[in-house]
Design a protein around this ligand. Structure first.
Ligand code: NAI
Ligand code: MG
Length: 360
């Protein structure tokens, strides 16, 4: 029987509650589809930091490297460790260390989930954002000078490389080509940022000549933010730089009902390193320990992981089970207006998944 080795990093807060529930859902999918998942858990995060003064061991990347994929909960415990330290010491270290240059974030309105947008129904909102994940505005290039002096100064420079821009845009074209609508919209701001984003536009147009079957459009990022809200049905695949993609996908999460539903994958398409799958949300200290965090984003991220590993049927089964649970509307966590616990929703997902598998 085919086996995949998964490194599980629950992390902090609700990540610790959600990772084991996600694993249960993954196991049900594996069982239904005839493959095996073997897990190893790593207790890295803010509590680990208080003991070892680092978020993960020095050789953490070496430890993770042999795994087929990484299943990540969330990081952040601001009372113990400042957020910039915890995020950079774990999540960003893995994303950069494994050159996971694609961040994939689906925006899908599920049946039974209310959207804050008037008049939109499931099917109207169903697009995916490809966010550049290793450079751009988050490259970390810059510094501070004259601390505490009147002329104190901070500089943060965006870094766009030809290789970095080309690879994310090419990935987005391939993805658009694989979808029925074959539409790729790119977010830019080249009217104002005349060095980096004109470069981005230029490379986009160059790569576009290789994909005559894909329809394209250039949209300024402020107009794109409005499009996410006013006409999400007009979007299919969106490609954006690191900062723009980060902000836009939060709008994507907001219009689809709850942060507890938004999944993501940090992907190395060349498969040189393990890719990492995680919900978009953070560690939610405000609800941690109550057992009411929504496990759907975690389960959906797991579905993306199985899909990436080549287990398409298993990934699709989890996604269908998610839709079935939200459509039924009986077992939902409080963020979706229900009264169910994390475990009860995971149970519901597993039950639906088994029913769907038996029907096929
Ligand atoms: P957050 O995403 O943790 O929470 C924002 C709001 O959404 C909270 O009201 C929370 O209760 C709710 N929420 C989030 N996930 C939910 C779920 N699964 N079910 C139900 N409700 C859910 O963002 P916040 O509060 O800004 O940050 C908390 C910590 O998480 C910080 O330390 C931050 O740095 C970290 N963080 C980590 C991320 C990651 O690991 N990828 C991403 C975002 C934040
Ligand atoms: Mg964000």
């Amino acid at each position: 029987m085919k086996q995949y080795n998964i490194a599980v990093i629950p992390g902090d807060g609700i990540g610790k509650e959600l990772a084991p529930e996600g694993v249960r859902v993954l196991n049900a999918a594996a069982e239904a589809c005839g493959f095996k998942l073997a897990y190893e858990y790593f207790p890295w995060g803010c509590e680990y930091y208080t003991e070892y003064n680092e978020m993960m061991p020095e050789n953490g990347l070496e430890i993770l490297r042999p795994f087929d994929a990484i299943y990540f909960g969330a990081v952040g415990y601001p009372e113990l460790v400042p957020d910039d330290v915890s995020l950079h010491g774990l999540l960003i270290k893995i994303r950069l260390g494994f050159d996971q240059y694609i961040c994939l974030r689906p925006t899908t309105l599920l049946p039974g989930v209310p959207t804050p947008l008037a008049g939109k129904k499931p099917g109207d909102i169903n697009f995916i954002t490809v966010r550049e994940n290793t450079e751009g505005e988050y490259a970390g290039a810059g510094g501070r000078m004259h601390p505490g002096q009147p002329m104190e100064l901070a500089v943060e420079t965006s870094v766009f490389t030809r290789a970095g821009v080309e690879r994310v845009i090419r990935y987005a074209f391939e993805l658009a080509r694989s979808r029925p609508r074959k539409l790729l919209s790119h977010a830019t701001k080249s009217n104002a940022q005349k060095h980096t984003l004109t470069f981005w536009d230029q490379i986009f147009d160059e790569v576009a000549t290789e994909y005559p079957d894909v329809k394209t459009e250039r949209v300024l990022v402020d107009a794109m933010a409005a499009r996410f809200v006013l006409k999400p049905e007009s979007l299919d695949v969106v490609v954006a730089s690191n900062l723009f993609g980060d902000i836009l996908t939060d709008i994507g999460g907001a219009i689809t009902g709850s942060l507890g539903l938004s999944a993501s994958g940090n992907i190395d398409p060349e498969r040189r390193y393990p890719s990492m799958f995680e919900p978009v949300h953070g560690s939610a200290p405000d609800i941690y320990g109550k057992g009411i965090a929504n496990p759907i984003a975690m389960a959906w991220s797991g579905a993306m992981m199985l899909d990436f590993l080549g287990e398409k049927r298993a990934g699709a089964l989890i996604e269908k089970a998610i839709s079935a649970v939200t459509a039924e509307g009986k077992r939902l966590t409080p963020d979706l207006g229900g009264t169910a616990t994390t475990t009860q929703v995971a149970d519901a997902l597993i039950e639906k998944l088994r029913e769907l598998a038996a029907d096929q």
